[in-house]
Design a protein around this ligand. Structure first.
Ligand code: 1AE
Length: 429
C-alpha cells in the first residue's frame, strides 16, 4: 500500500456528527464518492481513498455556547494522489475544504517519501552562523526603514550606520521593490561596499538580505544578477508568491546564498481560530521544507502581536526533528528520512520574532527562544535617541547583559546606549 501524508483539522460545528463529517472529507477530497461505486471500481479506487485516522471531539464546557463545540480530525491522504510539490498537497488537503464552514488546518505531517522531494534550507542555522563566524550568541538583525524614494547615497548612509551598530544582518524593508533609483544590483554593490567599510571598524562580517522581487518568472534572473553583483542573502515575500516559488529558488544550485522568508500576507491566513492554516504550519513547517534558512514572524512582545503559544509552535516547527514531521502510518515507505540532498532531514531554520522589537524586550525573547534566535528590529534601531548606530549597540549590550545573567537596568548603568533605549521604551521582563 502507498504511503500517506496526514492532515489535522479543527472543525467547529454545533451539532454535526463528526464521524460522518470526517468520512465525507476523506472520501470527498480523494475519490469523490464511494458508496455509489460498483464493487469492482471500489477495489480499483481503494488505494486512492483518504482514511480517517482519529477524531477527538471537544464538547463545550457547561455554560459555554454550543458554537464552541469542535473536533480535531486526522485524515491520511495517499501520496499516490498528488505530485511531490507543496501546491499539490495543499490543494488536496485544504483546497476546496478551506472554504467549507468553520474549519482550520492545524497540522500537517508528511510521509518520508513526500519529504524526500524537499532538500529544505541550504544553510539553516548552522550554515548562517558559519557564514558569519558567530556561534556563541543570538544574532542581531536590523531593517532598512523609510527607503522608498531614496537614492543610492541615502541608502548607503543608512546601511553604513546600521552596520556600525554591530548587527550581523541587515535586511531590506519588504516593501522595497525593483525601482530605478536603487535597482537590486546597485543596492547589493553599494551596500556591501559600505559593509566592508564598517567591517574595518567593527571587525564583524555582515549578511545583507536584499529583497528579491518582480514577476515570478523573472526571479531567478534577478537572483543571478544580484549574486553576480555579490549578494550574500535574499529576502523573499514567500506568501505573495507561493511556497513552490521559494522551493524552486532554494533548490537551485546557482542560488548559493541564504534565503530569508518574510511573513507578509500571513495575517490573512493564520489568526482566526475558525479558518485558515495554523501559524506553525504556515510559517513553520512549510517554510522550512520549502527551503527558508531564516523565517520572520510577529512576536508576542512587540507591535504586531501573535499569541505566545503560536510563537512557540513556530519555533518548534523550525527546530524540531523527524517525529514532528513524518507520518509513518500506512504500510509503505512512511518512515523513511533520507532525502536526495543526502541530508538526513531538512536543516533547521532560524526563527526571527519581529515587529516593534526594542532592547527592553531582549530578556523575554531570549527566555522564550534561547540562543538560536535572530533579534530583529527596524524602528527599535533607527528610533534610538542617540541615532542608528547607537541603536545597534544598545541591542548588542542587551544581548550581552542577558548572556552574562545581568539585569538590563544594572548593565545599563555602564552602557549609555542601553540606558537611552530603556529610557525611551522601558523594559519588559
Ligand atoms: C513581522 C515582520 C516585521 C518586519 O518586517 C518589520 O519591518 C518590522 O519593523 P519594526 O521593527 O517594527 O520597525
Amino acid at each position: 500500500m502507498s504511503s500517506y501524508c496526514l492532515a489535522t483539522y479543527r472543525c467547529y460545528d454545533e451539532k454535526a456528527d463528526f464521524a460522518k463529517k470526517a468520512q465525507g472529507i476523506a472520501v470527498g477530497l480523494t475519490v469523490g464518492s464511494w458508496t455509489d461505486l460498483p464493487e469492482a471500481k471500489k477495489a480499483e479506487m481503494e488505494k486512492h481513498l483518504g482514511r480517517v485516522v482519529d477524531i477527538r471531539v471537544h464538547e463545550p464546557a457547561e455554560g459555554a455556547p454550543l458554537s464552541e463545540r469542535y473536533a480535531d480530525i486526522d485524515i491520511a491522504y495517499p501520496d499516490l494522489n498528488y505530485s511531490r510539490d507543496i501546491p499539490a498537497l495543499l490543494v488536496t488537503v485544504f483546497g476546496k475544504l478551506s472554504m467549507d464552514g468553520r474549519i482550520k488546518l492545524i497540522d500537517l505531517k508528511f510521509s518520508g517519501e513526500f519529504l524526500s522531494a524537499f532538500p529544505g534550507p541550504k544553510f539553516g542555522i548552522r550554515g548562517v552562523r558559519n557564514l558569519l563566524g558567530v556561534h556563541d550568541r543570538p544574532l542581531l538583525m536590523s531593517i532598512f526603514k523609510s527607503v522608498i524614494g531614496h537614492d543610492m547615497p541615502a541608502l548607503r548612509e543608512q546601511f553604513y550606520l546600521q552596520a556600525l551598530g554591530g548587527v550581523d544582518l541587515i535586511k531590506d524593508d519588504e516593501i522595497l521593490f525593483e525601482n530605478p533609483l536603487t535597482p537590486i544590483e546597485k543596492r547589493v554593490e553599494t551596500c556591501l561596499e559600505a559593509a566592508h567599510q564598517a567591517e574595518k571598524e567593527t571587525g564583524q562580517k555582515l549578511l545583507y538580505a536584499v529583497n528579491l522581487t518582480g514577476p515570478t518568472f523573472e526571479l531567478k534572473n534577478q537572483a543571478r544578477k544580484a549574486i553576480a553583483a555579490g549578494a550574500n542573502a535574499f529576502l523573499f515575500n514567500v506568501l505573495a508568491y507561493g511556497f513552490d516559488v521559494l522551493h524552486e529558488l532554494a533548490r537551485d544550485p546557482e542560488i548559493k546564498v541564504p534565503i530569508m522568508a518574510h511573513p507578509a500576507m500571513a495575517g490573512a491566513m493564520y489568526p482566526s481560530p475558525y479558518h485558515g492554516i495554523a501559524a506553525s504550519v504556515l510559517l513553520g513547517k512549510l517554510m522550512r521544507i520549502a527551503g527558508a534558512d531564516i523565517v520572520l514572524f510577529p512576536s508576542p512582545y512587540g507591535s504586531v502581536v501573535m499569541p505566545r503559544e503560536e510563537n512557540m509552535a513556530i519555533q518548534h516547527a523550525l527546530l524540531s526533528g523527524p517525529p514532528e514531521y513524518i507520518y509513518a502510518g500506512g504500510s509503505g515507505n512512511g518512515s523513511g528520512t533520507a532525502n536526495p540532498a543526502g541530508t538526513a532531514f531538512p536543516q533547521t531554520s532560524f526563527p526571527v520574532p519581529s515587529a516593534g522589537i526594542h532592547p527592553g524586550l531582549v530578556p523575554l525573547i531570549l527566555k522564550d527562544f534561547g540562543g538560536e534566535v535572530i533579534v530583529n528590529a527596524g524602528g527599535g534601531i533607527h528610533g534610538h535617541p542617540m541615532g542608528t548606530a547607537a541603536g545597534g549597540h544598545a541591542f548588542r549590550q542587551a544581548i550581552d547583559a542577558c548572556l552574562q545573567g545581568k539585569p538590563l537596568r544594572v548593565y545599563a548603568e555602564t552602557h549609555p546606549e542601553l540606558q537611552a533605549a530603556i529610557n525611551a521604551w522601558g523594559i519588559k521582563e
